[in-house]
Structures are given as structure tokens and as C-alpha cells.
Design a protein around this ligand. Structure first.
Ligand code: GYE
Length: 318
């Protein structure tokens, strides 16, 4: 049965498509206790996701146990262990990397505690170990960014790449999608690529090193807006015009990215909606009620560039 909740979830086989445009489906869940293991606060996107989940828990009267892992998987595993020991009704997990989750997910599974994955996926031998994944299609995001850059440059560009956290699903898949897009254009190549760990500071530092190491740079592809904004600072400090001398393309769609596009510095960003609170708690409620959920719910994304930024900036929710 497909529930239309203002969130349009169309279940196609085990995958649903979610456009995150929700009216809050309030439910009185006073006795519901949910453990949320969040990666950290490395980016504006992450902060917006945390805010969405916390505020939705409050709206629904859910008792939320929150843990910030400071980017460390071992802290997330410890937090899940504690949630299981406290016998929470459900777990929401944003997994910092794809691998290494099997033992702790088996523990939750044995205790019958549903695990809702938000924003990033995991690699496990048996996907019964998690209830559902609510996330964007990162490969598609990388492809959209690459196609936009190919159109902008006529298929000819020396590109430097700022990768996200090593081993993280968005870093792996955004790289894959971008490379698929530029593979269609022999004149486009990634000349340098290094992780900026999804942070503005590290993105700036790595871009400074790219600029110092010489070689023609026509564009920078950043796996998230925070690193792109750091790269823009480095480009300016090197006396060049970001968005003109060096094109800047990224992913997330946070408000500072729209401000930068209006200033003519960032050229384009692919939105990756972090407002997953309503969908996450709908999944929790269904899982706790023993309802079957689609294994994947894909959040719909779209690309914005300088031609559209001014019109939409005031309506941005994060
Ligand atoms: O792009 C980045 C955050 O997992 C999709 O993590 C998320 C990514 C997002 O740090 O800003």
C-alpha cells in the first residue's frame, strides 16, 4: 500500500523515490525511544540534517538519544552498542563509512531493533541487517555535476577534485558518477585528486596545494559545498577569480553555496537534501509497527547554477 503523506514515496520493487516536501505527520510517540548515531558536525549539510532529525523527534514526542561520533566509526559502533544495551525501540544511523558494520548490526538484528540508515549506505553481506536506507543517489549527483561542467567547457577542462571522507558512500559514488560523465569527453581530465574530508578548512588547504603545485587548472570539482567554499577562498588568495578563471562545481545545495553563486564565485551545485527527519521517523514508526519498508528510498535531487540561484535563494530551507 503506498501512503501519500505529502512525502511522495513511490515503491518501485524494493526502491522508493522520495521528494522531501513534507507536512509533519504528527503521531503521539511518548513511549518511543530512538537512538540516533550522527557522524559529526563537519559541514553545513550535516548540521542541517541533525537539526531536521532532532526537531522532528521533538514534534513527534519521541525520546531521542543523540550521539555525535566526531567522524570516528568506533564512536558510532560504541553508541550503537549503548543503544542496544538500553533496548531502544529503533536506531537511526548515518554511517561515516561503508564497511565495518556487520558485527554491531547483527547485534541489533538479534535484538529485533530496526536500524534506519539515513544519508549514507553500508556494505553488508545480508541487507536484512538494516531496515531501510533513505539517501540520495550519489552516483547521479556526480554525473549531473560532470555533465554540467562538460556543457560549460565544451568538453575540454583540466580538473582538480576535492574528495569527501575516504571510504564514505558519497565520496566513492560522487567520484564514480563524475568520472562516468567526463569519460564521454576525451578533453576532460582529473589532473589532481585528494580528500578535503568534507570540511571547508581542509578543502582550502588542499586547493592551496593544488594551486602551488602548478599545472593548468580550469575547474575544481568538490564533493560538497563546504570544500568548494574553502577552495574559492584559496583561489581568491592566489589572485585568481573563482567562477571565472577557475570554474567551481559542487554538491549539497546549502545556503552559503547559493550566496556564492549569486556573487558569481561558485558556478553550480547539485542539491542533496539533508532534511530527512520526517522520512526517518515515518520509517521508524512503520518499522516499530512491524510494517514492511522498501529497502531503499531515494531522495530526489536537482542541479542549481548561477542562472537560477537568485530566484530560489530566499526559499532555501537549509
Ligand atoms: O555531502 C557532506 C556531509 O553524507 C551526503 O556528508 C552527506 C555528505 C554531504 O559532510 O556535506
Amino acid at each position: 500500500m503506498i501512503r501519500i503523506l505529502q512525502i511522495t514515496i513511490v515503491c518501485i520493487f524494493s526502491t522508493a523515490v522520495l521528494s522531501v516536501d513534507t507536512k509533519n505527520s504528527f503521531a503521539d510517540n511518548k513511549d518511543l525511544t530512538v537512538g540516533f548515531s550522527q557522524i559529526g558536525a563537519e559541514s553545513g549539510w550535516r548540521t542541517a540534517e541533525t537539526k531536521s532529525i532532532r526537531s522532528e523527534a521533538k514534534k513527534r514526542g519521541v525520546n531521542l538519544k543523540f550521539s555525535d561520533a566526531q567522524q570516528k566509526q568506533e564512536n558510532q559502533i560504541k553508541a550503537l552498542g549503548a543503544f542496544i544495551a538500553q533496548n531502544v525501540d529503533a536506531i537511526i544511523l548515518a554511517p561515516v563509512v561503508e564497511t565495518g558494520w556487520e558485527p554491531i548490526l547483527k547485534k541489533a538484528h538479534r535484538r529485533g531493533i530496526p536500524v534506519i540508515l539515513v544519508d549514507r549506505g553500508v556494505k553488508v553481506t545480508n541487507d536484512d541487517l538494516y531496515t531501510t536506507l533513505i539517501a540520495s543517489d550519489f552516483v547521479a549527483e556526480g554525473r549531473m555535476a560532470g555533465d554540467w561542467l562538460a556543457a560549460k567547457t565544451g568538453g575540454k577542462a583540466n580538473i582538480v577534485e576535492l574528495q569527501g571522507t575516504p571510504g564514505a558512500a558519497p565520496a566513492i559514488d560522487r567520484k564514480k558518477g563524475f568520472e562516468q560523465a567526463i569519460a564521454k569527453h576525451p578533453g576532460m581530465k582529473i589532473t589532481k585528486s585528494q580528500t578535503g574530508e568534507f570540511t571547508r578548512a581542509k578543502g582550502k588547504e588542499v586547493m592551496e596545494a593544488f594551486l602551488k603545485s602548478g599545472g593548468e587548472i580550469d575547474a575544481v570539482y568538490a564533493h560538497n559545498d563546504d570544500m568548494a567554499l574553502g577552495a574559492i577562498q584559496a583561489i581568491e588568495e592566489a589572485g585568481k577569480k573563482p567562477g571565472v578563471d577557475i570554474l567551481v562545481v559542487s554538491i549539497d545545495g546549502v545556503k552559503p553555496a547559493f550566496e556564492s553563486m549569486v556573487e558569481g564565485k561558485l558556478n553550480c551545485t547539485v542539491e542533496c537534501n539533508p532534511l530527512l527527519g520526517p522520512a526517518a521517523f515515518d520509517a521508524v514508526e512503520q518499522a516499530v509497527a512491524g510494517k514492511k519498508l522498501p529497502k531503499n528510498t531515494i531522495v530526489q535531487d536537482k542541479l542549481f547554477d548561477q542562472s537560477t540561484a537568485k530566484d530560489v535563494i530566499d526559499s532555501r530551507q537549509y
